[in-house]
Design a protein around this ligand. Structure first.
Ligand code: SAH
Length: 249
């Protein structure tokens, strides 16, 4: 397995593959001015095993197309959807977020939690806008600085890992400059990182290393995740995921 495949393997048993929470998904949903009791069309991009896809399906009457590049995650989501009798409203689509087969201006809402960083926030919101109807909404969580200033060590780490990390006000400017009208924003609280994502991941690490004995790359994947967790615990007041909700104008 290469590094990416190992990362998928480490995350596959998890309920989520990034920070988030049901309450926060529903909080973002509240901010959309669309009638979610109608059969609207939502795309959930970089859905992983679909924790937020299920939340959206259970709290709307929408049809959701859940997009991910790894079929292993989509298979997990399909099983969950079947068990919850939601298969008729969730369709999985194996595609890359920067090359999607949706029709122009066909979607009411584009949802994406903890994934747009893969293609970059600005590029992502601009490309995805093609598929949104006018007055359609995006609801996207994106790594953001929550303070004006921050320690050098932290800045260095994230600038290398994700150069587009920025303050909330600058992210809002990017939205405004890309044909969107911002309608709401909030940051994910610490339990979305610690209880919902990092702790289950830490619990899985031993089993993961057991599946890949004497594998230097697997050890490296675990160490990188441990470093990221340690950094978050030390500096969590300075950054989080911001949840940005905006309307296409
Ligand atoms: N939204 C989920 C998963 C976030 S992790 C959650 O919050 O739990 C990011 C997801 O993006 C992973 O599931 C990963 O497989 C997917 N991904 C990575 N590269 C991608 C690409 N190019 N196109 C679509 N999805 C991608």
């Amino acid at each position: 397995m290469n590094e990416l495949e190992l990362l998928v393997d480490l995350n596959l048993q998890q309920d989520r593959q990034g920070p988030g929470g049901t309450k926060e998904t529903l909080q973002a949903l509240e901010l959309l001015n669309v009638d979610t009791n109608q059969n609207i069309r939502i795309a959930d991009i970089g859905c992983g095993s679909g924790a937020q896809t299920i939340d959206l399906a259970q709290n709307t009457k929408a049809h959701i197309t859940a997009v991910d590049i790894f079929p292993q995650f989509l298979d997990k989501l399909k099983i969950k959807a079947e068990n919850l009798n939601l298969s008729d409203r969730i369709t999985t689509l194996c595609a890359s977020m920067d090359d999607m087969p949706f029709e122009k201006e066909s979607l009411d809402v584009i949802w994406s939690e903890g994934a747009i960083y893969i293609m970059g926030f600005e590029k992502g919101i601009q490309y995805w806008s093609n598929f949104l109807k006018k007055d359609g909404y995006i609801a996207i969580s994106e790594l953001s600085w929550t303070t004006h200033k921050r320690p050098v060590e932290l800045e260095k780490f994230w600038k290398e890992a994700y150069p587009e990390i920025d303050t909330i006000s600058n992210k809002v400017k990017v939205l405004e400059g890309s044909g969107y009208s911002p309608v709401g924003f909030f940051t994910l609280p610490a339990y979305c990182w610690l209880d919902n994502y990092y702790q289950p991941l830490q619990k899985e690490m031993a089993a993961f290393l057991g599946r890949h004995p004497n594998n230097k790359l697997a050890e490296q994947v675990v160490n990188e995740n441990r470093d990221e967790i340690e950094l978050y615990q030390k500096y969590k007041e300075y950054y989080s995921y911001g949840f940005y909700i905006a309307r296409k104008i």
